[in-house]
Design a protein around this ligand. Structure first.
Ligand code: NAD
Ligand code: TYD
Length: 352
């Protein structure tokens, strides 16, 4: 048996592939175009492992995807591939439309052709699992209940709008063509291999480098944080037991204000890797201009996934954030490779 994972060299995708192969012998074909966010070093522990087949390519390349589907005959496709950074989507939205909307559409079309030709039993067992975000629901007021699966879509950034468009396409392929799709909408992830442009890894990196820790606006915005391996286990659960055509919200009930997250990181670093001058890393906190259209609050209600499929997260925010800081302290070479651009050269040397 084989699964096709797209975007498996990125943050969540690589965690998923590593977790999957730690618990299963089912082959993973990993299709990733290796944008700036794709890093094959995340998967270096799988070098020489025949269960992992890496293919550098675009989800929007119908010829390539069709070839991969016909060659490897996967029983499922898990679509992680996306442009994922809100700030980048504000500076340059077109890549987000290209991959998240058109790329997903092309992937769905290639999948529809492949799936349509499968024998009946394989056709029924096949799954297309689309990995999406809570950001499609827009922003919550401070006292509003957390997002359920029934919450209307109100995306506010080019990133969330492009993910919302892809979710709608996935939904339509089930409704119109009967394709057996599943969609997960997860809250903010954190953990190992998180690219240091996002809040948590950026703050850890900047703190250790003696740089300012930029807080957008007043830092009062709320995000709902989930340790990445809990997201991976939720995806495995939905793939195994999710009801075709349904969407599942994924989150761990960990709402935190940005300023609180940054202060927690500073306190952990003060404990685990204190500054030479004895001062707290919190002295590096710097308030900067707010992100345009900044969503104030996200919060996920994951009770459907818990109730119907029995999923529960393993980590609290306190255990997960400590593990994350420890991972970054132990893997500073990984961060240095990214910030220096070395990881790109490493890919060239290693794989071409
Ligand atoms: P990421 O940016 O770290 O990784 C994305 C990966 O996709 C990279 O390896 C990149 O090379 C690859 N990719 C980009 N365009 C591609 C294309 N056209 N063809 C093939 N590969 C391509 O993102 P992430 O944080 O790992 O997010 C993965 C998925 O999970 C995304 O769909 C994102 O919307 C969703 N998500 C992320 C979060 C989060 O907090 N990071 C939360 C919920 C959902
Ligand atoms: P981010 O990690 O970019 O995730 P998202 O925008 O998808 O939620 O940002 C998390 C929160 O942290 C968000 O409210 C923006 C804020 N933020 C900062 O305050 N400073 C920063 O340097 C970054 C990157 C984000």
């Amino acid at each position: 048996m084989t699964i096709l994972v797209t975007g498996g060299a990125g943050f969540i995708g690589s965690n998923f592939v590593l977790d999957w192969l730690a618990g299963s012998n089912e082959t993973v074909v990993n299709l990733d175009v290796l944008t700036y966010a794709g890093n094959r070093q995340n998967l270096v522990s799988l070098t020489g492992d025949a269960r992992h087949v890496f293919v550098q390519g675009d989800i929007g390349d119908t010829t390539l995807v069709t070839h991969l589907l016909n060659t490897h005959q996967p029983r499922a496709i898990l679509n992680f591939a996306a442009e994922s950074h809100v700030d980048r989507s504000i500076l340059g939205p077109s890549e987000f439309i290209k991959t998240n909307v058109v790329g997903t559409f092309n992937l769905l079309e290639a999948t529809r052709a492949y799936w349509g030709n499968l024998p009946d039993d394989q056709k029924a067992a096949f799954r297309f699992l689309h990995v999406s975000t809570d950001e499609v629901y827009g922003s919550l007021s401070p006292d509003a209940p957390a997002f359920t699966e029934e919450h209307p879509y109100e995306p506010n950034s080019p990133y969330s709008a492009s993910k919302a468009a892809s979710d709608h396409l996935v939904r339509a392929y089930h409704h119109t063509y009967g394709m057996p799709v599943l969609t997960t909408n997860c809250s903010n992830n954190y953990g190992p291999y998180h690219f240091p442009e996002k809040l948590i890894p950026l703050v850890i990196h900047n703190a250790l480098a003696g740089k300012p820790l930029p807080i957008y606006g007043d830092g009062s915005q709320v995000r709902d944080w989930l340790y990445v391996s809990d997201h991976c286990s939720a995806i495995r659960t939905v793939l195994a037991n999710g009801k075709v055509g349904e969407t599942y919200n994924v989150g761990g009930w960990n709402e935190k204000r940005n300023l609180e997250v940054v202060k927690t990181l500073c306190a952990l670093l003060d404990e685990l890797s204190p500054r030479a001058d004895g001062q707290s890393y919190a002295s590096q906190i710097t308030f900067v201009r707010d992100r345009p259209g900044h969503d104030q609050r996200y919060a996920i209600d994951a009770r459907k996934l818990e109730r119907e499929l029995g999923w529960k997260p393993q980590e609290t925010f306190e255990t997960g954030i400590r593990k994350t800081v420890q991972w970054y302290l132990a893997n500073q070479a990984w961060v240095a490779n990214i910030t220096s651009g070395q990881y790109r050269q490493w890919v060239d040397t290693q794989y071409t």
